[in-house]
Design a protein around this ligand. Sequence first.
Ligand code: SF4
Ligand code: SF4
Ligand code: SF4
Length: 163
Amino acid sequence: MGDSINLGRRRLFGRKADNAIRPPFVREDTEFTDICTRCDKCIKVCETGILFRGDGGFPEVNFTQGECTFCQACVDVCPEPLFDKLKSPPWTLKAQISDACLTQQGIWCQSCRDICEPGAIKFTPAVGKPPSPHVDLDACTGCGACVAPCPSHAISLPPGNTA
Ligand code: SF4
Ligand code: SF4
Ligand code: SF4
């Protein structure tokens, strides 16, 4: 009975679940949508407000609202065995910069570099055009802080973009 319910949930939500960014520290040996009860507790407690009710009512991350501080408030409040507090790194997300970057159009911009605390965004000097950014994947924590300040929405953290 339980198995058939889980299978149904996976059919209903599985496709989207593959593309959704779940909260940090989620265990990898579980199917998130099988265990999450959609209670919203993690969403309410997130200090930066990046968690929202996504497809099917399951929590997802939206970096356009802010960054993840890895504070673990969501981990602590969740009543289900979904999280591993000791998971390191907390997730494998990495920032990716697209061709929409203003420097690709000859416009000077370094907003992302200024916001990145670990200094993971480096600018390569170029002759006759502004320096353009690239992400040092080893240094990037996937915090998402660089997403919102980018004036051309060129930065994302796609779930498949892992180091
Ligand atoms: S770790 Fe903190 S900032 Fe990050 S999603 Fe959880 S509650 Fe929000
Ligand atoms: S607190 Fe846990 S069970 Fe509740 S919505 Fe968040 S992840 Fe799901
Ligand atoms: S996601 Fe965070 S650590 Fe990675 S490049 Fe952006 S601001 Fe820097």
